[in-house]
Design a protein around this ligand. Structure first.
Ligand SMILES: [Zn+2]
Ligand SMILES: [Zn+2]
Length: 251
């Protein structure tokens, strides 16, 4: 395989060389013979044609010998770069033809409607549907493809939740409903720092690893909103003042 100007043996090639036990081919002697003959050809003392014929005979003999000696197949190593390239091409093709299969029923293709993508098997009872616009943001075709193929979009800016601008990822939950997970960027802290604890009224709402809690938990305030509960109720883990108020009334 030619890479830039150097000849690099492929893994398959190295395996091939290792399987060749013909000493002549690997020997320095052979190279010497070839070089001598090439010099003779230059000087016109040796026929180029006979040299080529010799080479052909030798290579043919060698191939026969390798075949005989090595019934075990030489593993062919696929070029990894080539594979990823093909994969990318496939993915691109997928998005171009919009030939995505419904992730919920895994049977029917997804079809593009006027305001949403839906499952072609809706008559068969599959209710999978994703709106083009979610949380005030329109999904691009690529973002939609990611959502379907990878189960989530990359980090996106410009979602709006309760009048707040939010960055996050759209994701499918285990019931294939769309949820928004907010980015854990530091900017988030300042936005949420203003929320007061509705329980003790003096503490601040803090974000922990799996829940929002009160800054006065050491003083005995056990106010807690678990992320999974928040996600279940509001399809997002972003705690806003509005959600907090609703939460207060509900609990
Ligand atoms: Zn479906
Ligand atoms: Zn509190």
């Amino acid at each position: 395989v030619r890479e830039r100007k150097n000849l690099l043996p492929t893994t398959t090639g190295i395996d091939l060389i290792n399987t060749i036990s013909n000493d002549l081919l690997k020997s320095v002697e052979l190279t010497g013979i070839w070089e001598r003959k090439l010099r003779l050809i230059e000087k016109g003392k040796y026929e180029a044609k006979s040299f080529m014929d010799e080479m052909k005979t030798m290579v043919t003999d060698l191939v026969v010998e390798v075949k005989k000696e090595n019934n075990a197949a030489i593993p062919i190593h696929k070029d990894e770069k080539l594979q990823t390239k093909n994969l990318k091409t496939n993915q691109k093709l997928k998005s171009e033809t919009n030939d995505l299969t419904c992730p919920k029923c895994k049977q029917f293709p997804l079809i593009k409607g006027n305001t949403a993508y839906g499952c072609a098997g809706y008559k068969e009872g599959c209710d999978f549907k994703i709106n083009f616009v979610n949380y005030g943001k329109k999904l691009s075709q690529n973002q939609f493809d990611d959502l379907i193929c990878k189960g989530k979009t990359p980090l996106l800016k410009g979602f709006i939740i309760n009048k707040q601008k939010v960055s996050g990822r759209l994701q499918l939950n285990d019931r294939f409903q769309l949820i928004l997970l907010q980015d854990n960027a530091p900017a988030r802290k300042s936005k949420e720092a203003g929320l007061n604890c509705p329980n003790c009224k003096t503490g601040k709402i803090l974000k922990g690893k799996s829940a929002y809690g009160c800054s006065r938990f050491r003083e005995g305030c056990h106010f807690l909103i678990r992320f999974d509960k928040l996600l279940k109720k509001y399809n997002t883990d972003v705690l806003t003042e509005e959600i907090l108020l609703m939460w207060e009334k509900r609990e």
